[in-house]
Design a protein around this ligand. Structure first.
Ligand code: SF4
Ligand code: SF4
Length: 278
């Protein structure tokens, strides 16, 4: 089963939930798809001993063949090409590697070269097969790195995908293969606002989902009321406490400190199995 853990906004405790769930399972695969800021390994502490570059293809203009007709730059919706009187400028960071410019070039003047955009790293810890992706500094396209990570999914295992925060393309690319999605939120007006956006996304993708309320007790009951009205299951509440905050700040997983959490995350997994079977 593939379970993704997402949140409409950053800082809600998404990685706390994802890592504790994985550790409570014992054997699992954990893939941190928050490639701009992967931090799950702070809690899991896998020794990373495999590294793989992620590359994308970008166009390279054959100046012997090009007649500077401009058809490629007219076609490119991402403004990754600009044709000037005797040159074609390529802006690699804007290119989405769609291949369209090659199709429209009447001179067959477009070749391809590979450009590194990030990497995938792997390690194993406590029975968890761990992967994370790292987007190179200055790169803006997370999707190729997330796609490279998703190729590592082992369908024979329970897989936890830690999604990037927000509701944009990288989140959709991460969660679209999930059997179930956990939306982590906090009981505040900001949490509710972003939860509603995240709910729209998972409903649109038709993925079964439930909510975990982190830092329960800090705000109001609006998230509870919203979930009741929308018939969204609240599958766990993690109370705000000094102890959990202290463990988080030290990079210590809740389940490794207190067996009560082990059981609670085990119950969350059982509940998800039931929801998926429905
Ligand atoms: S479409 Fe081909 S020939 Fe025309 S400017 Fe672009 S690369 Fe050159
Ligand atoms: S591959 Fe697509 S995005 Fe990249 S330059 Fe060509 S048309 Fe533009």
């Amino acid at each position: 089963m593939i379970i993704s853990v997402a949140s409409g906004k950053g800082g809600t405790g998404k990685t706390t939930v994802a890592t504790n769930l994985a550790l409570s399972l014992g054997k699992a695969q954990f893939i941190d798809c928050d490639v701009e800021e992967p931090n799950a390994n702070i809690f899991l502490k896998a020794k990373l001993n495999e590294h793989e570059d992620v590359t994308v293809e970008i166009p390279e203009i054959d100046k012997e063949k090009c007649d500077y007709c401009g058809k490629c730059s007219e076609f490119c919706a991402y403004n990754a090409l600009a044709v000037v009187p005797s040159d074609v400028l390529v802006f690699p960071e804007l290119c989405h590697s769609c291949g369209g410019c090659e199709l429209v070039c009447p001179q067959n003047a477009i070749n391809w070269k590979r450009k590194p955009v990030g990497k995938v790293e792997h390690g194993v810890v406590n029975g968890i097969d761990f992967f994370h992706g790292l987007l190179n500094v200055g790169e803006i396209q997370a999707i190729p790195v997330i796609k490279a990570l998703k190729k590592k999914i082992d369908n024979k295992k329970n897989v936890i995908l830690d999604a990037p925060p927000g509701t944009s393309c990288p989140v959709i690319e991460t969660i679209n293969v999930s059997d179930y999605c956990i939306l982590v939120t906090e009981p505040t007006p900001f949490g509710l606002h972003d939860l509603k956006l995240a709910v729209e996304v998972v409903r649109h993708l038709n993925i079964p989902f439930g909510v975990i309320i982190n830092r329960d007790g800090i705000g109001n009951n609006e998230v509870d009321f919203y979930c009741q009205n929308e018939k969204i299951p609240v599958i766990m509440k993690i109370p705000q406490s000094e102890k959990t905050a202290r463990l988080y700040s030290k990079g210590i997983a809740l389940v490794s400190e207190d067996h009560k959490w082990h059981e609670m995350f085990g119950l969350v997994f059982s509940r998800i199995q039931e929801e998926v079977r429905k």
